[in-house]
Design a protein around this ligand. Sequence first.
Ligand code: PMT
Length: 223
Amino acid sequence: PIQLPLAGKKVVVTAGPTRERIDPVRYISNFSSGKMGYAMAEAATKLGASTVLISGPVELPKPEGVRLVKVESAAQMLEAVLAEYDDASIVVKSAAVADYKPKEAQTQKMKKKDGDSSIELERTTDILKTLGAHKNSQILVGFAAETNDAIGYGKSKLESKNLDYIIVNDVTDPGGGFGSDTNVVTLLTRAGKSYPFEAMLKSELANVLLEKIIQEERATVDD
Ligand code: PMT
């Protein structure tokens, strides 16, 4: 029988946006649809992995063969990821995690008042940075959603978060980014290699990216 490349490996993928509550009826979030992350989870499963998909609120069906953990906020995503981290072989962080949350979530719906209003925000925990700081043998794959100097910011995130790979997308590219079925990305490796890919369906791209990472890992072991 053919041995699939990720057979016996646990892959953890995060997907979608997070929602940070302002009050019971309002929240802060972003335009992530979850398509990229769901495609990564599906591709990992097809390559033989036992896949856990930790997802923010999205409108997508559960990919077949994947264990789905639904979360809402960045804090819940952190907790869910940490619970799956120790025995994971690969962690792919496709989720668009909120960087800020309201300092206090109101328990009752905020009422309109005359004049302007503002909400005080505080930082959420950087999940990926936390994972990078507690790495044992996991391969850590981040994403970077940028609107300018994508490669430059991608490289600095790869280093500051102690990642093995980062998948950089310029989200202003008409061929990709938030919500679309296609994406245009460059894969950067810790060793300093850079692999740009043409616009492709997120489903195809997910497979191409994982295959490339598997190939890079084999090359590192053989060195
Ligand atoms: O969901 P789609 O509509 O298909 O869109 C796909 C996508 C554009 C959301 C996806 O391709 C993508 O780029 N995901 C990462 C979005 C993002 O949050 O990028 P960032 O540059 O802000 O963060 C860098 C990395 O740190 C990401 O891997 C992110 O998951 C992680 N992070 C960020 C903040 C935080 N508090 N914790 C984190 O782990």
